[in-house]
Design a protein around this ligand. Structure first.
Ligand code: ATP
Ligand code: MG
Length: 286
């Protein structure tokens, strides 16, 4: 099912008692939930999710990383063997396991992971038949959100029902992008999707910011696109710039976030700075 079809059917069949008239219980402590999304492939979503998780953990934040991509790259990059999972996010989404049953510790990153593997591709089809199909992840995260400061959700490169579950569960969207000529292509689709989810499904959802990744200051075009992003989107562009850095690309093959693999590398330092920027943003969000 395409994302558009999913959203259309959801909009035409609003579950009873939701979203306008469901009263939220006041909560003592709730994690801030961020989804890392961009339907373009290979733009640095997983690298950002894994290294932001490790960067926040290094700053004493309690973090749950949710791998919502059947590729399972965030799980592997956190040192978790995706072939050997007893439970995964798939079972959680279809109601066969709880988050506490399925989560694992990333020993290399010092955060928890709700891991994924290819099984998750089947959830796309199975979810369509299920009640509240777009809110399954939110319901699962609600059970554990008092245990974390941050929940970070890594999305697949599509605007699918899985990504929709991520958007419905989140307070904010982080959009990694490369400063290239076609960087903005597709951004309007993503922003329209976020607006529709905001209107129909999740009033809390905001775009927190655009994160410039794989940045090479020696390339004039990248500098120009970066400056244009700043002038066009203002404080919706994160101050932290993530450089292109080979240590970030090497780290996943060791099952480690770059932040842990080589903490002195430029890439690791940038993601630590980004973690600090996110902590400051969350304080502003209240
Ligand atoms: P997909 O859409 O397939 O899920 P993605 O958006 O999650 O991809 P990544 O897997 O994070 O993107 O990154 C794509 C490739 O670029 C990977 O090989 C990764 O190691 C590399 N990469 C990401 N960020 C950087 C960086 N800052 N410096 C160097 N290489 C990077
Ligand atoms: Mg990815």
């Amino acid at each position: 099912m395409t994302y558009a079809a999913a959203l259309h059917s959801v909009a035409n069949c609003r579950p009873r008692g939701w979203p306008d008239d469901l009263k939220q219980e006041p909560q003592e402590h709730m994690a801030k939930v961020f989804v890392i999304a961009n339907q373009k492939g290979g733009v640095g979503k997983t690298t950002t999710t894994v290294n932001l998780a490790a960067g926040l953990a290094a700053q004493d934040q309690r973090v749950l990383l949710v791998d919502l991509d059947p590729q399972g790259n965030a799980s592997m990059g956190s040192g978790i063997d995706k072939q050997a999972l007893e439970h995964s996010v798939y079972q959680v989404l279809v109601g066969l396991a709880s988050v506490p049953q399925a989560r694992q510790k990333s020993e290399t990153g010092r955060y928890d992971v709700l891991p994924a593997n290819r099984e998750l591709a089947g959830a796309e089809v199975e979810l369509v038949e299920l009640d509240q199909r777009e809110r399954r992840l939110k319901q699962a995260i609600d059970e554990v959100d008092d245990e974390y400061d941050f929940v970070l959700i890594d999305c697949p490169p599509s605007l699918s029902l899985l990504t929709l579950n991520g958007l419905c569960a989140a307070h904010g969207v982080i959009v990694p992008m490369q400063c290239e000529y076609f960087a903005l292509e597709g951004l309007s689709d993503l922003v329209n999707t976020i607006k529709q989810v905001h209107t129909n499904l999740n009033r809390e959802l905001k775009v927190i910011g655009l994160l410039r990744v794989m940045f090479d200051p020696r390339v004039t075009l990248q500098q120009q696109v970066s400056a244009q992003l700043e002038s066009h989107f203002g404080d919706k562009v994160f101050k932290t710039l993530i450089p292109r850095n080979v240590r970030l690309a090497e780290a996943p093959s060791y099952g480690m976030p770059g932040v842990a693999f080589d903490p002195s590398s430029k890439g690791a330092k940038a993601y630590l700075d980004f973690g600090a920027e996110m902590i400051a943003r969350v304080r502003q969000l209240g």
